[in-house]
Design a protein around this ligand. Structure first.
Ligand SMILES: NC(=O)c1ccc[n+]([C@@H]2O[C@H](COP(=O)([O-])OP(=O)(O)OC[C@H]3O[C@@H](n4cnc5c(N)ncnc54)[C@H](O)[C@@H]3O)[C@@H](O)[C@H]2O)c1
Length: 365
């Protein structure tokens, strides 16, 4: 039996491969092009990819010939589709690249599976909380839910960070929950992740393949590419602290996020992998830490670990950021038995240690 992981040499994929080697006896095939933005110009794969049960194939998901060669030799039972261009801000200026890899790459993979008669039992897609865009809010005056348009420069420059209610009164954000909140992508990356969901949903329904979509909140932990300027905000904060610079937090510090540790994400993927095949059909789950907070809070915890100065809370902003994003994980708890285990206190200490070690290694190289 074989599990195929596209993008398996990345942050989440490496952690998943490591866990699967421990937890299953299935063979693992990793297809990854070792994207220079993630892996640098001279990628070094961890020793784990030399293990006998792991077959690493350097190839691009958009390359049909590479797929044909791979599928001539392997029959994946399950495909975990992680390969993607992931730069949210970057996707606005490189829309065709993001669309080519994320959308076309998914379609090329599906065509290859069909062409080779290698229809898997199940596909697992790591989608993103980004599909919700600004998300759903409640107008506290009327009690009605509404979906605000992306916040423009004028709104952000005047410090109106939260969504503006139709009544003009107070507002409340509602947690991401796939059965309740509609996706409203507000950048190209998000649109490509939603397109991946739709393409997979149509294909899997037609060919009776189980599909599990995991909409991940912000994933963090050791292993996230420190040199990639488009990686997560926590890795960026950790880099700042490591250089003895105070962390600068935008939008008055009040941006709300849900940071889920990579090992908890792996737990969610493994739960999706081991659910009985055939019973599930198509399911979409929101995967978070089960707790949210403001960036000011998270930055303060990080700074506290190293005795650094309090974060610098500013009125700066970045166009394209959403004000709030956190998940209601009840459906994942009930449907997958998913239970996050790593607290931010614990995970953030590990992150700081990892970032410091990586930066030191880069300096000495
Ligand atoms: N990390 C997060 O916070 C987060 C949040 C939501 C969703 N996701 C999703 O999870 C998945 C994995 O994310 P990650 O954080 O591990 O990212 P990552 O960038 O560390 O890993 C992605 C991997 O895909 C590979 N890749 C990129 N383009 C490819 C191509 N054309 N062909 C083959 N391989 C290619 C890269 O080399 C890399 O190893 C992505 O689909 C992403 O959209 C991640």
């Amino acid at each position: 039996m074989t599990i195929l992981i596209t993008g398996g040499a990345g942050f989440i994929g490496t952690a998943l491969t490591r866990a699967l080697l421990e937890d299953t006896d299935e063979d693992i095939v990793v297809l990854d092009n070792l994207h220079p933005q993630v892996h640098g110009e001279h990628p070094i794969l961890p020793a784990l990819f030399d293990r006998p049960r792991v077959n690493f194939v350097r190839a691009d998901v958009t390359d049909p010939l590479a797929w044909d060669a791979l599928l001539a030799q392997t029959r994946p039972r399950i495909v975990v589709h992680l390969a993607a261009e992931t730069g949210t801000g970057q996707s606005l200026l490189q829309a065709s690249r993001h669309t080519h890899v994320n959308v076309n790459g998914t379609a090329v993979m599906l065509d290859a599976l069909a062409r080779a008669d290698r229809i898997p039992q199940r596909i697992i897609l790591t989608s993103s909380r980004a599909v919700y865009g600004e998300g759903r809010w409640r107008d506290l005056t009327t009690g009605e839910y509404f979906y605000p348009a992306p916040r423009g420069a004028a709104q952000l420059a005047s410090g109106l960070w939260d969504a503006i209610a139709p009544s003009g009164g107070g507002v409340e954000f509602t947690a991401h929950e796939a059965s309740q909140v509609e996706p409203r992508p507000s950048n190209v990356y998000a649109a490509t992740k939603l397109a991946q969901e739709h393409i997979l949903l149509s294909w899997c329904a037609a060919l009776t393949v189980d599909l599990t979509v995991l909409r991940l909140q912000n994933v963090y932990g050791a292993g996230q590419a420190v040199g990639n300027p488009y990686t997560g905000v926590l890795t960026y904060f950790a880099r700042e602290l490591n250089s003895a610079r105070p962390i600068s937090v935008f939008e008055g510090g009040g941006i709300a996020r849900d940071f889920v540790h990579v090992s908890d994400v792996v737990r969610a993927i493994e739960a999706a992998l081991s659910a009985p095949v055939g019973a599930a059909g198509h399911r979409t789950f929101d995967i978070g830490a089960g707790a949210s907070g403001t960036l000011a809070h998270f930055a303060t915890v990080l700074a506290g670990h190293v005795g650094a100065a309090e974060p610098d809370i500013t009125r700066d902003y970045r166009l394209g950021d959403v004000r709030a994003a956190y998940a209601d994980i009840k459906a994942a708890r009930d449907g997958l038995g998913y239970e996050p285990r790593i607290t931010f206190e614990e995970g953030s200490r590990e992150l700081l240690t990892w970032v410091a070690a990586e930066l030191e290694e880069a300096l000495s190289a």
